[in-house]
Ligand binder design. Structure first.
Ligand SMILES: [Zn+2]
Length: 487
């Protein structure tokens, strides 16, 4: 350890002998050795030399000569004296040397000299902090003066550090703001961003609409609903936020599906504005809704009385539906079913026969859920077959019931089903309608689309012939074969 440290010091000492620093004092010994450092003091006997290894006292009798080193300032003076007054390059070079040797003031003096020789010399200007403006170099203070006189000539005034026309200052002082190239009052600015004032508070136009729906329902039912607006639907519900969101998402999902299926694009516009789905959570709320909220949307009192009896309603055209689901019996079938109705009715211009209307909505439920459970018919009595009707309330048992009816030749011919009104459709008609729609949608999609479109301008006979290219009896025949193979 000691040896190696000693070795390192030796090497260091040797190296230092060779790297004589500019400006250091040199002491030359009589034996030829040289030491560098700063002579701190000297008298007749001793010289005190401060080196980078420490301060040493050296006996004068050992010393041959002491040379005082030249300082940077000394060298500057020498170089400066040698410089010709018109030597621009020389001044620049010396100025750079001064910067490197930390003679800042001297460097600046030299740059000022350069500008006397050549006022637009860029390096000297930059070094002195000048700024170029319209091809001329100015000190910051001079530039401010130049700009001030220019702005004054243009009739501008300075306001909070910015130059602007006098009339703009007046507007700013009134609290106005420039948006793009238009001056707006604070109110106009909020309105331009889509806000509206409600009870003294700014709210988004959509939020205003939503607040109105909330308020109206809360006032009528005494319960605050959850209201979700989406692109094509308003879902106002008394259920949890999570369930309400699921219903809103499902409604949009069905909308997109229908758009792609019939028009090849998810955002096809089937209606303007938003369809409204009101989901109440019990019978009382449903009745309050029909009695106190619905009248402003639906004026016909008889229809409203009918809705009170039926427990759920839908009005196609304005596309309003109301239903009641208890939170613990939550399911999305109602959304699948009612949105399918709205879309199909809209697409056919309201000319959908009941069997197809129900069959298609049931198919949509089985497409998006595991079974069809929502049936719009009010037919609740099936005579001695009521037990089967009960069993048939979910589409899960329909394939079996259908095969049964085909084997026993008790199924209703399609030709007769075509003329049955909504409230006369029983489970057998519903299941057959669902099954026929399933067959057509899944096996002959293009013909089915064409059939639906033909309903806009003609009756069912016409649509079967022109759209599907088959008479109802032929469809029935095909269906018998197909349905027997379904599980
Ligand atoms: Zn229905």
């Amino acid at each position: 350890m000691t040896v190696s440290r000693f070795g390192a010091m030796l090497v260091f000492g040797l190296v230092c002998l060779f790297c004589r620093r500019a400006g250091a004092d040199t002491v030359t010994f009589k034996d030829g050795r040289i030491m560098e450092g700063k002579v701190v003091s000297q008298d007749d006997e001793n010289i005190t030399l401060k080196t980078q290894f420490g301060t040493q006292k050296i006996a004068r009798r050992d010393v041959a000569k002491v040379e005082k080193g030249e300082t940077a300032l000394d060298e500057y003076q020498k170089r400066r004296d040698a410089l010709k007054s018109d030597d621009l390059e020389g001044h620049l070079k010396l100025a750079l040397w001064c910067k490197e040797n930390k003679l800042t003031g001297q460097a600046k003096d030299l740059y000022r000299m350069v500008l006397v020789l050549e006022p637009n010399q860029p390096i000297a200007n930059k070094e002195l902090g000048n700024i170029q403006y319209n091809g001329t170099w100015y000190s910051p203070a001079d530039l401010d003066k130049v700009k001030e006189s220019e702005n004054k000539a243009k009739g501008l005034v300075k306001y909070k550090g910015q130059w602007m026309p006098k009339e703009d200052v007046d507007k700013l002082e009134k609290g106005m703001k420039k948006v793009g190239d238009r001056w707006m009052t604070p109110d106009e600015e909020m309105q331009s961003k889509g806000y509206t004032k409600v009870d003294g508070k700014w709210v988004k136009a959509e939020d205003k609409e939503r607040l109105e729906v909330e308020k109206k329902l809360e006032k009528a039912l005494g319960v605050k609903p959850i209201v979700i607006f989406s692109a094509h639907f308003t879902v106002a519900s008394m259920l949890s936020g999570e369930h309400t969101k699921q219903m809103s998402d499902r409604a949009e999902e069905i909308y997109r599906f229908f758009g792609v299926f019939f028009e090849g694009k998810p955002d096809h516009q089937f209606w303007m504005g938003r369809a409204q789905l009101y989901v109440l959570n019990n019978r009382n709320n449903y009745e309050d809704f029909v009695n106190f909220v619905l009248p402003e949307m639906l004026h016909d009192e008889d229809t409203r009385k009918f809705f009170l009896k039926s427990g759920a309603f839908q009005v196609t055209g304005p596309n309003i539906s109301g239903t009641s689901i208890e939170e613990d019996k939550f399911q999305l079938n109602g959304v699948d079913h009612v949105v399918a109705h709205f879309l199909l009715a809209q697409y056919c211009g309201g000319r959908v026969p009941p069997w197809l209307y129900e069959g298609y909505a049931s198919w949509m439920e089985t497409k998006f859920d595991d079974a069809s459970r929502v049936h719009c018919t009010t037919k609740t009595s099936y005579g001695d077959r009521s037990e089967i009707a009960d069993k048939a309330s979910s589409s899960k048992s329909w394939p079996e019931l259908i095969r049964d009816s085909i084997e026993t030749k008790t199924d209703t011919p399609l030709e007769s089903m075509m003329n049955i009104s909504l409230n006369q459709l029983d489970y057998e008609h519903l299941s057959k309608s669902w099954s026929i729609v399933s067959m057509l949608v899944e096996n002959s999609k293009d013909a089915f689309i064409s059939f639906i479109r033909k309903l806009r301008t003609g009756d069912q006979e016409h649509a079967f012939k022109e759209g599907l290219g088959m008479a109802p009896a032929e469809v029935d025949g095909k269906w018998h074969e197909w349905a027997m193979k379904q599980k």
